[in-house]
Design a protein around this ligand. Sequence first.
Ligand code: EPZ
Length: 429
Amino acid sequence: MQYAIKGGNRLSGEVQIGGAKNAALGILAAAIMADEDVIIDNLPDVRDINVLLEAIQDIGAEVERVNRHEVRINGKNIHSVHVNGEFIRRIRASYYLLGALLGKYRKAEVALPGGCDIGVRPIDQHLKGFRRLGAKVSVQYGMVVAETKNLTGGHIYLDVVSVGATINIMLAAAMADGNTILENAAKEPHIVDVANLLNSMGANIKGAGTDVIRIKGVKKLHGTTYSIIPDQIEAGTFMVSAAVTNGDVTLKNVIPKHLESIAAKLLEMGCTIIEEDDTIRVIGTENLQNTHVKTLPYPGFPTDMQPQITVALSLAHGTSLVTESIFENRFKYVDELAKMGAQIRVESNVAVIDGISHYMGAEVIAPDLRAGAALVLAGLAADGITIVDDIKYIQRGYEDFDEKLRGLGAQIEMINDDHDLRKFLISAV
Ligand code: EPZ
């Protein structure tokens, strides 16, 4: 499947931002830890979420999709701690089932995680955490097996700031015997969201959102009703859509605090930003200015926004530097962007971007989720027609991406074949 885009329209209007995919993944895993109903609202309807829901249903959890954005989960009939579906291997967050099952049943066997190919993605810190809680952990035939009779609280220091390890250890420690102190924890908004959900299920977690998290283990978790926070990265992507099209876009249902690092960079580039309670408006400019960006753990600039901001900086006057400090392999999309006229050199983990006046439409391939979204943004800004191939990656994390963009005046369609393309070309004005 592909997106066909006719660029050049200034995007304007309002767009509703959905629930945070990466919070939802941790939250769904946490939900199976109770033997009562956990009702989750503001769930994004994207592929990674649906794969995880299938996986937890597979091991016996009740999963009822109340409506597109609400699900009821009940973990009381879970009959297996072995998770090895065909699809679960392709998503990264399968590893959260390790923490959840180990915490609840003292045993978990989960296929090693896949996910976007953005660099080597070890899970040593997750495993180190489980071991510190007393689990025996081994990797056997592509499965991680973690097991113990006594899961006990412990003092854990993370050697690298890891979102996944922080959430995973929090999940297991929530039901361990005794107290856990997790130091050098990640501080992303989704860490806080998973901790809030767990606390609303009866867990005792303090300090989420700071670099020291204290967890008092509890024997049981109970049912709850919970609404997921808005997606920081979906929001950021739409903010950049306004910047690259000299548009005027208002994002609804956001937490502006989570968007500060992105807003700061767009301001430096000359955009106007107007924040209200749960909306943020981005007004573009004809004269985008260069700036420098370095990806860092929250509250730094998110690595998941690196490709999108690079697309915008490529349209700015002067030379910009983008330093990727989280994942070493996250510049693969630059070759695709070059087909559209971008002038970017990558030296180690730094992209040196010489601004161009405009992109030219081209046929490009989405190498991963965020880079795929970034190529769509370039297509919206480009002269002529852009085809973005392999949009299955984009569908992992953006709900109705094309429809939301059309709502802002973009000309974009999902196409399957030449017939669809011809239809699009005739209708595009
Ligand atoms: C999460 O991945 C997100 N995925 C990623 O989003 C995001 O890019 C990343 O956090 C950083 O914000 C999910 O939440 C499902 P990390 P995660 O553990 O948890 C190293 C998207 O597009 N590390 O914070 O896998 C690691 O190699 C995706 O939505 C270890 O060395 O990332 C990396 O350099 C892509 N050992 C750094 O830490 C470990 O045990 C941060 O990784 C774990 C991580």
